[in-house]
Design a protein around this ligand. Structure first.
Ligand SMILES: *[C@@H]1O[C@H](CO)[C@@H](O)[C@H](O)[C@H]1NC(C)=O
Ligand SMILES: *[C@@H]1O[C@H](CO)[C@@H](O)[C@H](O)[C@H]1NC(C)=O
Ligand SMILES: *[C@@H]1O[C@H](CO)[C@@H](O)[C@H](O)[C@H]1NC(C)=O
Ligand SMILES: *[C@@H]1O[C@H](CO)[C@@H](O)[C@H](O)[C@H]1NC(C)=O
Length: 415
């Protein structure tokens, strides 16, 4: 009985702290900026727990399904989550945002407007990605196909990084996005503090040039371009974090071997001044399908720690784990394994954040609302399901919310 009372008290205290966090996020109109290896919001270090929801614009395009965005974001705030990563593209095809080079579907754009307005209302910051590496929802392939149909001599998706016409298509999309005036808030995207950062591409790779130099040159050119149009927002790459020739030792000892031909270089790709923070993803289950679970967990921790070290010492910028998760279709999968992956990830991040380290948080892949069968897959998480993983997610939000200048809440957990 006594125990139950304590639990009830704890629940109230934790709920109250979430409400405080939420109020703080919602009432703060500030842009997220950076100072050294930390993000700053309203003058204080910003550490945040977050999620991916790539489907926001898609579901918000139809006013009849906009409630799904509201549900997802409300559930997110009630678990203390304050950052969402989502797609700022859908190139060609059904419900396209960009239907042809430079042509946009106004209804789809209003879907993105709604997602931003709703995030603003609920106090969630957004990281918005400009294009996909892969052909899902168009991506580099669609851009190259568009150029080809205009008579450009392009052969592979990797021409995306070098063909002048394709590069201009991409720049035009960036300009369209930053100049867009939100039909709900009447604020231009480039002036909207709800947007925490832009991301150049989801998981850029360039197999045509395993040295990484082609991708590095493209990142340098595009980062400078984004900043020339929008100096208020932070910018990152969207990289998975594979090492290249700048880090021969890590390339040999840490990269999954198959990654050594993907043409990325974590250090060189992030060194530009116009890139404000570093991006990595973590999928040991996909990268090492034949390893035992304990070895994958060991890798996960090493992967995070090595990138944290490099962000601190070489890049001198903050770092975000932009995607991680545990696919339920992994052989021998159990819920306890998923919890262990979330635990290991969160504990490693918390240990760094507590010491003012460079990693600001992790965004799990990926959040959906209950009943969203069309987006359910081996990695989707429904917060209202209240699984043990959801509990771990809420605990991490709470812990991260207590550091980074939010010490005013700390008396509440001295129990
Ligand atoms: C990136 O795109 C290439 C096709 O150009 C594809 O082979 C590769 O699997 C993609 N990588 C990811 C992580 O999507
Ligand atoms: C999965 O479980 C089976 C049976 O317990 C075992 O033989 C196998 O090694 C396990 N596979 C992995 C990848 O852990
Ligand atoms: C996760 O970590 C918490 C402590 O932070 C611990 O109580 C729990 O047992 C861990 N769960 C798993 C599955 O590792
Ligand atoms: C959370 O999402 C569920 C659907 O998964 C929905 O029924 C519920 O109303 C949402 N909660 C809030 C506070 O929006």
């Amino acid at each position: 009985m006594k125990c139950l009372c304590l639990l009830a008290f704890l629940a109230i205290v934790i709920t109250q702290s979430y409400n405080d966090l939420r109020a703080e996020a919602a009432s703060s109109d500030g842009f997220v900026s950076r100072k050294g290896v930390q993000f700053i919001l309203n003058g204080k270090p910003f550490y945040a727990n977050g999620f991916n929801a790539y489907w926001l614009t898609y579901e918000a395009t139809d006013p009849a399904t906009r409630f799904k965005i509201t549900y997802a974001l409300q559930n997110a705030t009630s678990h203390g989550l304050t950052v969402a990563r989502t797609w700022g593209f859908r190139d060609g095809g059904y419900r396209a945002l960009q239907t042809a080079p430079g042509s946009y579907d106004e209804l789809t754009f209003q879907g993105l407007d709604f997602a931003i307005a709703e995030a603003k209302r609920l106090g969630i910051k957004l990281i918005i990605t400009f294009v996909n590496n892969y052909s899902d929802f168009g991506g580099r392939k669609q851009y190259v196909d568009w150029a080809k149909s205009q008579g450009q001599a392009v052969n592979s998706e990797d021409d995306f990084y070098v063909n002048p016409t394709v590069k201009q298509f991409f720049k035009n999309h960036v300009k369209k996005m930053v100049d867009r005036v939100n039909t709900f808030t009447k604020i231009a995207y480039k002036d909207e503090p709800t947007i925490m950062a832009w991301e150049l591409m989801n998981e850029p790779q360039c197999k045509a040039d395993p040295s990484g130099k082609t991708l590095t040159a493209w990142i340098g050119e595009m980062a400078t371009y984004v900043k020339s149009l929008d100096s208020k927002h932070l910018l990152t790459t969207g990289l998975e974090g594979f090492y290249g020739d700048s880090s021969p030792q890590r390339k040999a000892s840490l990269n999954p071997v198959a990654a050594n031909v993907l043409g990325t270089d974590f250090i060189a790709n992030h060194l530009f001044d116009a890139i404000d923070f570093a991006s990595i993803h973590s999928y040991p289950d996909l990268w090492f399908p034949n390893l035992y679970e304990t070895s994958r967990l060991d890798f996960l921790i090493k992967w995070l720690e090595s990138h944290m070290e490099d962000a601190q010492n070489i890049l001198k910028k903050p770092l975000i784990l932009g995607e991680f998760g545990k696919p339920s279709n992994t052989p021998n999968y159990t819920l306890a394994q998923r919890d262990a992956v979330f635990n290991a990830t969160f504990n490693t991040i918390y240990a760094s954040a507590k010491k003012d380290g460079p990693i600001a948080g992790a965004l799990f892949w990926h959040l959906i609302s209950g009943g969203m069968k069309n987006f359910e897959d081996a990695l989707s998480i429904v917060l209202s399901d209240k699984t043990s993983t959801v509990k771990i997610i809420g605990q991490q939000s709470h812990k991260l919310g207590l550091i980074g200048g939010r010490g005013k809440l700390s008396h509440k957990i001295k129990i």
